[in-house]
Ligand binder design. Structure first.
Ligand SMILES: Nc1ncnc2c1ncn2[C@@H]1O[C@H](COP(=O)(O)OP(=O)(O)OP(=O)(O)O)[C@@H](O)[C@H]1O
Length: 317
C-alpha cells in the first residue's frame, strides 16, 4: 500500500522586494515520516514552513498539506498543524499549565482541564506545571513549546529549529519524543543546523539560496553528491588549510578534531592539490563523505542568487 503524502507541494515561490527567497520548491513528505529541512541561514526554510502552514501566501505554486489545498484551505490547515517557531513564543509570566490552558482556549478544545492534564503528562511536565515559563531552562522551555503545539492533536508538526541552544541530553530526549510521535502517524518537518539531528531523520531536504539542492535519505544524498573526500592527519595541519582552501577543485576543507577533511568533485584536481602539500609527516587517506562535507561542498558550488542579483544590478546601472 502506498503511504499517503502529508505534504505535497510543487513550485512554491516567494519573493521579497523583487528578490526570490523561495524559488520553485517541491516538497513531498509521507505521512508518519520525519523530514529534516536543512540549509544555511537565510536559505528560505522559515519562509517555506510558513507557506506550508498557511501563515504566508505563496506567490506561486500549488499543492496540499494533509490533503488540504494550501491556498483555499489555509484556515483548516492551521487547525491541524502544530507549528513551533524559532523563538520561544509563550508567555514568560504565566505558568506551564496556564500557558497550555490559554492555547487550549484559543483552539476551543473540549474538556479543557483533562486535555491540559493529558498534555502535561505526555510531555513529562506535570511535576512542573506551576512553574513560570520564564524561569524554565532552555530544554524545559522547548518541551513546553512542543506541548503547546501538540495540545490540539495535530497530524503534522512543522518545527523551525526547535533545538537551537538546547543541551545534548535535552536534544536527545526531544528527538526520542519526535520518533514516538512519528510512530503514532504524526508527520514531522523539522529544520535544523545540527548534522547529528539530520542523521536522525527518515529523509532530508537541503535548500540553499531558495532552491532545493538535494533530497533523499542521508545515504542517498551522500551517494548522489559523488563527492570525493580525503582525511589528512599529522603535524602542522593548521598551516596547510589556507593553501588547500584556495586550490582549484577543492570545495571544502574542514578540521574534525586532529584530522582534516578535504573534499572535491574532481578526483584529479583534489589529488593534485594534495600532492602540493604532501610530506612525510602527513598521512593522507581516502574517506567516506559525511553529510557536512556534502552540504558545505554544495554551497561552495551552488550559484549564489544574491550575488547574481548584485551583479545584475551593477550591470543595469
Ligand atoms: N518579511 C520579510 N521581508 C523581507 N525579507 C524577508 C522577510 N522574511 C524573510 N526574508 C528574507 O528571506 C530570506 C529567507 O529567510 P528565511 O527566514 O526563510 O531563511 P531561513 O532558511 O529560515 O534562515 P535561518 O536558518 O537563519 O532561520 C532571508 O534573506 C531573509 O532576510
Amino acid at each position: 500500500m502506498v503511504t499517503p503524502l502529508a505534504i505535497d507541494v510543487t513550485g512554491l515561490s516567494k519573493a521579497y522586494d523583487g528578490r526570490k527567497v523561495v524559488d520553485q520548491v517541491n516538497i513531498q513528505v509521507a505521512q508518519g515520516s520525519i523530514c529534516g529541512f536543512l540549509g544555511p541561514n537565510g536559505s528560505g526554510k522559515t519562509t517555506t514552513i510558513r507557506m506550508l502552514c498557511g501563515l504566508l501566501t505563496p506567490d506561486a505554486g500549488s499543492g496540499t498539506c494533509l490533503g488540504l489545498d494550501i491556498f483555499k484551505d489555509a484556515a483548516k490547515i492551521k487547525r491541524q498543524v502544530g507549528y513551533m517557531t524559532q523563538k520561544f513564543g509563550l508567555y514568560e509570566d504565566l505558568s506551564i499549565r496556564q500557558n497550555l490552558d490559554f492555547i487550549a482556549r484559543l483552539f476551543e478544545l473540549p474538556q479543557r482541564k483533562d486535555t491540559v492534564d493529558a498534555c502535561l503528562e505526555r510531555l513529562g511536565l506535570s511535576a512542573r506545571q506551576s512553574q513560570l515559563a520564564g524561569s524554565l531552562s532552555g530544554g524545559w522551555k522547548q518541551r513546553l513549546a512542543l506541548a503547546a503545539c501538540l495540545i490540539h492533536q495535530p497530524r503534522l508538526l512543522l518545527l523551525d529549529e526547535p533545538t537551537a541552544g538546547v543541551d545534548p541530553r535535552a536534544r536527545r530526549e526531544f528527538w526520542d519524543q519526535i520518533h514516538d510521535l512519528a510512530a503514532q502517524g504524526i508527520t514531522v518537518l523539522v529544520s535544523t543546523h545540527y548534522m547529528d539531528e539530520a542523521e536522525r531523520c527518515h529523509e532530508l531536504v537541503y535548500i540553499a539560496y531558495g532552491k532545493i539542492l538535494a533530497r533523499g535519505t542521508e545515504a542517498q544524498i551522500i551517494a548522489d553528491s559523488a563527492l570525493k573526500v580525503w582525511t589528512l592527519q599529522g603535524q602542522g595541519l593548521g598551516a596547510l588549510l589556507a593553501p588547500l582552501k584556495s586550490a582549484p577543485g577543492i570545495l571544502s576543507v574542514a578540521a574534525f578534531g586532529n584530522a582534516v577533511h578535504v573534499a572535491g568533485l574532481d578526483e584529479n584536481l583534489v589529488l593534485a592539490a594534495l600532492d602540493k602539500i604532501r610530506n612525510n609527516e602527513l598521512t593522507i587517506t581516502p574517506n567516506r563523505a559525511n553529510l557536512e562535507d556534502v552540504f558545505i561542498s554544495m554551497i561552495a558550488s551552488a550559484p549564489d542568487n544574491f550575488t547574481l542579483d548584485k551583479i545584475r544590478t551593477q550591470v543595469k546601472t
